[in-house]
Design a protein around this ligand. Structure first.
Ligand code: PAF
Length: 287
């Protein structure tokens, strides 16, 4: 496995490769990421994994500085998973006009309006940052297939739109969400949780599952399902950002005639000592 830090070396290593599978990550890898690598291996002869904590997708008061950077341990895991190339650029390599402080990224991708809803409502600019770095990574790696996790359902949707609208010759493959035994969705941010928080973190999934059960039994009162799940979590000590039932095909609010739905949620779990960690999860359902 090669570990590469510059675009020039990456291009040399990828020259003349028959088919390239790509898994973009921000590192601090867990079994969910390894599952994405395995999917990429099934669809390509060479697999590239990028590890880059992208400043452009973090808001001013978010966890950019504290986001876990664990390159050595990540590379061990990727080697065991059969990765061919790890691409771990510096901020200066990724953002050519970086002056040591500001990214000066004057050309960015403007994502579709859905990027301002759900996670985008409380994280303005987040999906523009994601789409821009993913476009840059696509240009650097030039993959045939790229794999993204369904845990970030809205991100996956926006990347698919970008590929479609910019005519990129890349097949996007979606990897299922990997879960702990408690059904807590695996996430690099779970590392922020204390033992007590971790024990109650699966309540978010249970709340979404409760809605799914109601939908399956024919309940179509979407607004009341959303608000009672949010109330329940808020009463249990969470700070709910959103609980939303959407069409899985368009990400627009669910309509009674929609049959493929996704129930999405984002909430901060808090205890007085350890601060707050924002978790997201979603479950798809056919009704
Ligand atoms: O999902 C992530 O880890 C990031 O948003 C991504 C796609 C690697 C872009 O920085």
């Amino acid at each position: 496995m090669q570990i590469i830090h510059t675009v020039t070396e990456l291009r040399a290593a990828l020259n003349n490769q028959a088919s390239i599978g790509f898994v973009p990550t921000m590192g601090n890898l867990h079994a969910g990421h390894i599952h994405l690598v395995e999917l990429a291996k099934q669809h390509a002869t060479i697999v590239v994994v990028s590890i880059f904590v992208n400043p452009l997708q973090f808001g001013a008061n978010e966890d950019l500085a504290s986001y876990p950077r664990t390159l050595e341990a990540d590379c061990e895991k990727l080697k065991l998973a059969g990765t061919d190339i790890v691409f771990a650029p510096t901020v200066a390599e990724m953002y050519v006009d970086f002056d040591g402080k500001n990214l000066n990224q004057s050309m960015t991708i403007t994502p579709p309006p859905i990027a301002n809803e759900l996670c985008g409502a409380s994280r303005p600019g987040h999906f523009a940052g994601v789409a821009t770095v993913v476009m840059k990574l696509f240009n650097m790696v030039q993959p045939n297939v790229a794999v993204f996790g369904k845990k970030d359902f809205q991100q996956l949707f926006i990347i698919k739109e970008m590929v479609k609208q910019f005519n990129l010759p890349i097949e996007i493959i979606a990897g299922e969400t990997m879960r702990e035994a408690s059904d807590l969705a695996m996430s690099s941010r779970n590392g922020y949780l204390t033992d007590a928080q971790r024990a109650s973190a699966s309540q978010l999934n249970s709340a979404l599952q409760g809605i799914v059960n109601q939908l399956k039994s024919g309940n179509k009162d979407f607004l009341s399902l959303e608000s009672s799940a949010a109330d329940h979590l808020n009463k249990a000590g969470w700070e709910v950002d959103y609980i939303s039932i959407r069409s899985a095909l368009t990400l627009q609010p669910a309509q009674t005639q929609d049959s493929h739905l996704v129930v999405l949620g984002a909430a901060k779990i808090s205890n007085n000592q350890a601060g707050k960690t924002r978790l997201i999860d979603n479950i798809e359902v056919n009704v």
